[in-house]
Design a protein. Structure first.
Ligand SMILES: Cc1cc2nc3c(=O)[nH]c(=O)nc-3n(C[C@H](O)[C@H](O)[C@H](O)COP(=O)(O)O)c2cc1C
Length: 340
């Protein structure tokens, strides 16, 4: 590796009329990118923006952040937090964006990428890519309703067609999007085959707005490779940020994790979960995080078995203590077979 990734990352980037100081962002992840994980990541720093998991646009105008687990944030993060919404109706997407602007978020992100059956069946997420006109209308409607930055996250679509991908990128830009995040996989292919990074270049070449490349960024050298291969303007990190919440600080700010980082981080996460949620829900969320955390260890599947048996947060903490008593061996690159 001849030059550090931080050379690419620590550079201002204009998004609409705002500037972020750093070109690495947390990808939206339902069930993982909640207030507690973002709180943990914020303690390490090093990112440009964080994204919420997808929120149902129809619910947002009446959503109560005190009772919702997804439409929930800390005041301190609003300046760098983007709320992602899904929906298929231009008016309700705009109404959700208005609430998001009123609450003080940095921006709103529109989901055109989710390929989960429950979302696609409703005509939302990646299903919208089958209807380019409706997709444009959704972006236009949101654009006209708010003045905060509008992001679009999308994927290759339903077949591997570079012309289609370039056309969609151009449509999103023309409809008023200020930045795109692109995940280069076709929709039925969830995370089984490697993403086709060359498609990211096609997207970035089709538009003048910044494109964040996404998909299988595991190590610093992957980040450098993605910048070089695609000319994208930034990186969007999903699962690795769950496995290693200090990764933004490590890649952008030269943060050097010590040997105790795994133990300290998991324990701290358990505390933060308990600060934001009741015990039962904290346990549920910790179990969603556990496979990514355990992927860091040589015998991670054994630790995972232990953690998923827990019934209370006290069990979780006791299990963590007993796991680390054996001084477990870590892996330089997580075992992605444990990633969901
Ligand atoms: C558990 C999980 C939940 C996800 N939820 C969302 C979501 O709500 N919205 C979205 O646009 N993408 C979602 N994604 C996709 C990620 O944003 C990202 O595109 C994908 O994980 C690939 O990036 P990675 O290889 O860095 O993980 C999700 C991914 C995972 C693993």
């Amino acid at each position: 590796m001849d030059e550090p990734l931080s050379r690419y990352l620590v550079k201002n980037l204009a998004i609409k009329d705002r500037v972020i100081q750093n070109r690495i962002i947390l990808a939206p992840m339902a069930g993982l990118g909640h207030i507690a994980l973002r709180h943990l990541i914020s303690e390490f720093g090093g990112f440009g923006l964080l994204f919420t998991g997808m929120c149902n646009a129809k619910a947002i105008p009446n959503e109560n952040p005190k009772t919702s687990s997804v439409f929930k944030w800390r005041k301190e993060e609003l300046g760098y937090l983007v709320c992602q919404i899904f929906g298929s109706d231009p008016e309700s997407m705009a109404a959700a964006a208005v609430r998001i602007e009123q609450e003080g978020f940095f921006g709103v992100d529109l989901n055109f990428g989710c390929s989960v059956a429950a979302i696609c069946k409703k005509g939302c997420g990646a299903a919208l890519l089958k209807n380019p006109d409706l997709s444009s209308r959704i972006v236009k409607s949101v654009r006209n309703a708010v003045s905060i930055p509008v992001f679009v996250k999308f994927r290759t679509g339903w077949k591997n067609d570079p012309l289609f991908v370039a056309d969609m990128a151009g449509r999103f830009e023309e409809a008023g999007a200020d930045a795109l995040t692109f995940h280069p996989r076709v929709a039925p292919d969830r995370r089984t085959r490697p993403p086709q990074w060359d498609m990211i270049r096609i997207v970035q070449e089709a538009v003048a707005i910044p494109v964040f490349g996404n998909g299988n960024l595991f190590e610093e050298k992957d980040g450098i490779q993605m910048f070089r291969q695609t000319s994208c303007q930034g990186l969007s990190i999903g699962r690795m940020a769950v496995a290693r919440p200090w990764l933004f600080a490590q890649w952008a700010n030269k943060f050097m994790p010590g040997n105790d980082i795994y133990y300290k981080t998991a324990l701290r996460f358990s505390e933060i979960l308990s600060d934001h949620f009741d015990d039962l829900f904290s346990v549920r969320l910790f179990k969603k995080y556990a496979p990514y955390f355990c992927a860091n260890f040589k015998f991670g599947h054994q630790f995972l078995k232990k953690l998923v048996c827990a019934e209370t947060m006290t069990d979780i903490r006791n299990n963590l203590i007993s796991i680390f008593e054996s001084n477990p061996e870590t892996l330089p690159r997580p075992n992605i077979n444990l990633f969901l």
